[in-house]
Ligand binder design. Structure first.
Ligand code: PLP
Length: 447
């Protein structure tokens, strides 16, 4: 019997009446009992009904420092007390000037310019438009295509959706008439969600071949470096990323690293590109960029690319005609600066290794359970498959419920159950999360 709850029920009823939640059918919205989160503290989310849930996915991978970090709250309040917003047209402010410099200082070598936007999708749109325009105004007008991986996910705006591979994008097919054509690398696997090394070797070889044959049609190669997140937490070897980067360089095209998920320490280094020793021409960052406190993103570019937007020798302008109402927003910029300061002072990236060891041990326990497939890990990302359905697999809702009963907020990707906790999660909470994860996997994977 469902017990009425006066704190939750009116909110759920209101939401069912007026809210349109993402990725949710009206039927699911009507019948599903959502978490009603009213408070948060570190890695914990607190429900109006009194339940406490460990945020095992850092709220869609954003809250790398947990919730309500006191220094972020203070930075936000201090900025709000001085300057809420000023349009980026013809005006700068201290936070955005410092942030651009501080971000470039920690970025992979060669990235010297920061263009600010709103979220991961817009960071990707900006990168794609910059690369495209660069070649149009530098004598390579045939460079109109982007080369993307299978299973790629780069966001939900139309440009980003165009880049998505089939696995993450099964539900994008309706938009096909609106999308631009992409050169697609072959899939790494034949049913192996992690891809086998031979499969990824084929991917690298196909990209090398395509760029050698046809590099002059490719404006840029876009990758999620070392792990494809929404496509099913598919990890791949650093050597493959290096080969893609080298081939892109040989073709004199641009490597676009979408570090929206992988950046800010998630993989055990500040950037996944660092783990492979790769220096991209454009890099997209969001999510951990503000540690989930505000929506804001950045696209970083090399000096060569920025200089390519200076006026032509005949004086004709080559300006990048793109911007957003909230470009370089003062509140976001102040928070993003403080995130970098916390990463430095609290040695957040260094703290990943010790936590990753515990995650490895938990994955080994999960891997020994009947029905569990393909354990995989990179830094503080750990995943297993509960079935062979991949992204479209039906394991998700059952696993979400099993996790919730154990006090965990987890959202699998189809049949892929994963954890991706805040990078500073206290060890005792991490152990609680991992024990509950393995337990929920055991419940759902059993044949
Ligand atoms: C690699 C990658 N790129 C881009 C995006 C889109 O980011 P947003 O949802 O902030 O638009 C995501 C979101 O999950 C992502 O994982």
């Amino acid at each position: 019997m469902v017990v009425p709850d006066p704190t939750r029920d009116p909110l759920v009823a209101l939401a069912r009446r007026h809210l349109w939640p993402p990725y949710t059918s009206p039927e699911r919205h009507q019948e599903h009992d959502p978490l009603v989160i009213v408070d948060a503290d570190g890695p914990w989310l607190l429900d109006a009904g009194g339940g406490r849930y460990l945020d095992g996915i850092s709220s869609w991978w954003t809250c790398t420092l947990g919730h309500r970090h006191p220094r972020l709250l203070a930075a936000l309040a201090a900025q709000a007390a001085r300057l809420d917003h000023v349009g980026a047209g013809g005006a700068i402010h201290p936070a955005v000037a410092h942030l651009a410099a501080e971000l470039c200082a920690v970025a992979p070598a060669g990235l010297e310019r920061a263009f600010f936007s709103d979220d991961g999708s817009t960071a990707v749109e900006v990168a794609v438009k910059i690369a495209f325009q660069y070649w149009q105004q530098h004598g390579r007008p045939a460079r109109q295509r982007f080369l993307a991986l299978s299973s790629a996910y780069h966001g939900d705006t139309l440009g980003a959706v165009s880049l998505a591979g089939a696995e993450a994008g099964g539900f994008f097919t309706v938009f096909a008439p609106l999308l631009f054509e992409v050169a697609r690398a072959p899939a790494a696997d034949g049913g192996d969600a992690d891809g086998c090394v031979a499969g990824w070797d084929r991917v690298a070889a196909a990209i090398e071949d395509r760029l050698a044959r046809d590099g002059d049609s490719i404006a840029g190669v876009i990758v999620e470096p070392l792990v494809q997140g929404a496509g099913g937490m598919r990890t791949y070897p650093a050597e493959v990323l290096r080969r893609i980067a080298d081939a892109t360089r040989r073709a004199d095209s641009f490597l676009i690293a979408d570090e929206v998920f992988t950046g800010y320490g998630r993989t055990g280094a500040m950037w996944a590109c660092d783990l492979a020793g790769v220096a991209p021409d454009l890099l997209c960052t969001a999510k951990g960029f503000t540690a989930g406190m505000l929506p804001m993103a950045a696209t970083l570019a090399t000096a060569r690319i920025y200089d390519g937007f200076r006026a032509a020798p005949d004086g004709a302008p080559r300006t990048f005609m793109h911007g957003h109402s909230f470009s370089g927003h003062p509140l976001g910029a102040a928070v993003a600066r403080e995130v970098l300061a916390i990463y430095r002072d609290e040695r957040i990236v260094d703290g990943v290794a010790a936590r990753a060891v515990r995650l490895s041990a938990a994955l080994a326990r999960a891997a020994a359970l009947p029905g569990v497939r393909r354990p995989r890990q990179l830094g503080l990302i750990g995943a297993v498959d509960l079935g062979d359905g991949g992204y479209g697999g039906g394991g998700g809702p059952r696993f979400t419920d099993a996790a919730r009963r154990r006090g965990l907020y987890l959202r699998p990707l189809g049949d892929t159950a994963y954890v991706c906790p805040p990078l500073n999660i206290p060890i005792a909470d991490l152990d609680l999360l991992l024990d509950g994860f393995v337990d929920a996997v055991a419940e759902c994977a059993a044949p």
